[in-house]
Design a protein around this ligand. Structure first.
Ligand code: CA
Length: 437
């Protein structure tokens, strides 16, 4: 969590596009992703986003000159495997970040060797950034939990456990895709009229959820729980995450065991993992609102209270098929962020997930839950924006939406910005709904 030379706001890259003020990927960011040349059959390789380019670590390992220790860290990355770095010691990640920062900085002696290792992002096809193992989705967005709870229980929106235990369920890794993913509208059962059998067919209430994805770094052994102080070191980085949700399927199936087929037909993540090192300037105190209970001791630590949170600003954008056909750009549906919205910090999610001895592994993915802001127009789902589908929203071209329609492309965006730090971003997390099959 410490700041070092890699966070210096004065640092500039010889990759010119990285120095643009609005670039998501300045030299202070250096997120990892997995890519190959578009329309090629070459093996996936790991790269680092820098401005509008990707530094190909397969080529960079070969053409750059690196100290032995850095060369050893680059070896699995050159083979397209991010998980070994994720599962390694924090000091290794920091050392590699420092080496890459120096190599990409203005005035680096490596510039001429590494110049041929750059690929314009537009020429790349991206994959999910690592081998994702198990996937758990939490429910840390207190404004979302309150707003959704109100739809069902106006007088008692939050259930009694919410402020004590991080709520979550086990999702499915196999249907996680990367930005650019498209998927057919899911079919399933929905509640019938009172006393009648359920209906079956394509979901009529398809929704998105604005979330973050926390990727696990170092593993913990089965039976060994992580303390709050250890948990932070077991986090590798953060992506944007869209937990696509079929609300009508969900309402019928969720009792009594929670979400199932309403959630596991597709989950989209952004291609670049922004590391915990890059997020160091944007950490924030964890505090409870007046009158709320303090966490149990196993979910509490001094470091967490001082800087367990991460301040990330988030946006949701929509481009309908009609807009796309007319050459119109996506429109913003809402803005929110983690500040004040996430009831638990990432370290608390890890400490809680492992408190029973459950083992987490490098590349496991933990969803934050929907991060809506406190105001109705800061909602991170259509369920909230349209009050359960009762009040349609109207788009600038006159189209209306209660839930997503076929051909809709939904885009999540996020960035971190703070006085005294260089703005960093996450890149797009986009996905498109296709007609049911
Ligand atoms: Ca969710």
């Amino acid at each position: 969590m410490t700041l070092d030379a890699t966070h210096d706001t004065a640092l500039r890259s010889w990759v010119e596009s990285a120095n643009l003020a609005d670039s998501d990927f300045p030299i202070q960011n250096l997120p990892y992703g997995r890519f190959r040349r578009a329309s090629s059959n070459e093996a996936w390789r790991i790269g680092v986003a820098i401005g509008g380019h990707i530094l190909d670590l397969n080529l960079a390992a070969e053409k750059g000159s690196w100290p032995q220790k850095i060369a050893a860290l680059l070896a699995p990355l050159a083979e397209g495997r991010l998980n070994p770095l994720m599962g390694g010691p924090v000091a290794d990640r920091q050392a590699l970040r420092e080496a890459l920062s120096q190599a990409l900085a203005e005035g680096s002696a490596q510039q001429s060797a590494l110049q041929p290792c750059l690929l314009p992002m537009a020429d790349a096809e991206l994959s999910v950034p690592c081998e994702i193992g198990d996937y758990t989705d939490f429910y840390t967005g207190i404004h979302h939990a309150t707003a959704v709870g109100k739809l069902f229980r106006p007088d008692n929106p939050l259930l009694p456990n919410y402020k004590w235990v991080p709520i979550g369920y086990h999702g499915r890794g196999s249907s996680i895709g990367v930005s650019g993913q498209s998927f057919p509208r899911p079919l399933g059962q929905t509640a019938g009229e009172a006393g009648k059998p359920p209906n079956f067919g394509p979901s009529q209430r398809l929704d998105y959820e604005l979330e973050l994805g926390f990727l696990v770094g170092q593993a913990n052994a089965l039976g060994e729980r992580l303390s709050m102080d250890e948990a932070e070191d077991h986090l590798f980085g953060v992506t944007l995450l869209n937990d696509w949700s079929a609300r009508d399927l969900q309402a019928w199936e969720y009792v009594p065991l929670g979400p199932f087929l309403a959630k596991n037909f597709a989950t989209t993540v952004s291609p670049w993992v922004v590391t915990m090192e890059a997020l160091a300037p944007f950490r924030s105190p964890f505090k409870r609102a007046e009158g709320d209970p303090q966490p149990l001791p196993y979910l509490d630590s001094k470091t967490n209270r001082e800087r367990g949170g991460v301040d990330i600003e988030l946006e949701v954008w929509l481009q309908t098929k009609k807009m796309r056909d007319a050459g119109q750009d996506a429109v913003r549906l809402s803005r929110s962020g983690t500040a004040g919205a996430a009831y638990w910090t990432p370290a608390q999610l890890l400490a809680h997930h492992t408190v029973n001895g459950c083992n987490l592994q490098p590349g496991d993915l933990l969803g934050s839950g929907t991060l809506s802001g406190p105001e109705p127009d800061q909602a991170g789902s259509l369920l909230e924006l349209t009050q359960g589908g009762k009040q349609a929203i109207t788009l600038p071209n006159g189209e209306t939406r209660k839930f997503l329609e076929d051909g809709d492309t939904l885009i999540l965006r996020g960035h971190c910005q703070r006085e005294g730090a260089r703005r960093i971003g996450f890149g797009d997390c986009a996905g498109t709904v296709l007609a049911a099959r």
